[in-house]
Design a protein. Structure first.
Length: 264
């Protein structure tokens, strides 16, 4: 069984890696063989510890087994990543991670829309270009708290081949972006960010409608997304658009930007 086949067996329903993501994983591994890329979202770890990470996913709902996996896996992972890289975590069982410095940040909501409807295309929205990345990173930094931000490498991967990335342009300036991830039949809306100077103009709703339209025409049967429970403004926008939400696992982090583990 290949690496990607083993991950496809355990990633959650509705969140398994689609063909674009699998192709991206293969290309990155060929180009950077010292890295492993596992995708529900984007997870990068050193190859020597991939078997232990795989075991952690398998043990996600067994507290004793998960605690044993943490004891074997986390010290090595933290050593490999070094002091500048840490782990962000979403998991249903979190107590096994407490001895390693993890603490809850906040509760998140998971929203799904199962009936996609076409929208009228807006000429202000187009596919992102590599030349847009710097501006998108500035918007990302201004739009999201630290644990949720994307770094330059991740943003480049999204724009070049991992995802469908769209930008809205106002007065010849990129004012916002969306990241649509084709992860199986239910696509994932990984981000909607709008520049602070362009907020209040309906651009978030415009990008949301555009993402739904794009996902529908790319063959999706539904679309999902996560947002902070405390983000009432975003939750209201999703609910008015017909998304149904439910509480999800708490988002835990050791600190800062780093590897993301999705254990649910």
């Amino acid at each position: 069984m290949t690496l990607e086949e083993s991950w496809l067996r355990i990633l959650p329903d509705g969140g398994f890696a689609g063909p674009r993501t699998r192709a991206r994983m293969t290309r990155v591994l060929e180009r950077m063989p010292h890295l492993g890329l596992v995708s529900d979202d984007v997870v990068m770890v050193a190859l020597p510890i991939l078997p232990e990470l795989h075991e952690m996913y398998v043990a996600a709902n067994d507290e004793a087994r998960l605690a044993a996996c943490c004891a074997r896996f986390l010290p090595g992972l933290l050593e490999v990543l070094g002091p500048g890289m840490t782990i962000n975590l979403k998991a249903d069982l979190t107590s096994p991670f407490e001895p390693y410095g993890f603490a809850p940040i906040e509760q998140i909501h998971y929203y799904t829309l199962e009936r996609l409807s076409p929208c009228s295309p807006d000429p202000r929205v187009r596919m992102a270009r590599v030349s847009d990345i710097e501006t998108m990173l500035e918007i990302d930094s201004a739009s999201f708290p630290l644990p949720y931000r994307r770094g330059p490498d991740e943003m480049r991967m999204h724009v070049r081949d991992a995802s469908i990335v769209r930008v809205v342009v106002v007065d010849d300036q990129v004012a916002g972006f969306s990241i649509i991830q084709p992860l199986g039949p239910r696509f994932h809306l990984g981000a909607v960010g709008v520049s602070p100077s362009h907020q209040g103009l309906g651009l978030g709703r415009l990008l949301l409608d555009d993402a739904i339209h794009v996902a529908l025409h790319a063959g999706a049967t539904g679309i999902g997304l996560t947002t902070q429970t405390r983000n009432g403004r975003a939750r209201s926008m999703y609910e008015k658009r017909g998304f149904e939400g439910q509480l999800h696992a708490e988002f835990w982090a050791r600190a800062g930007l780093g590897v993301e583990l999705h254990l649910y």
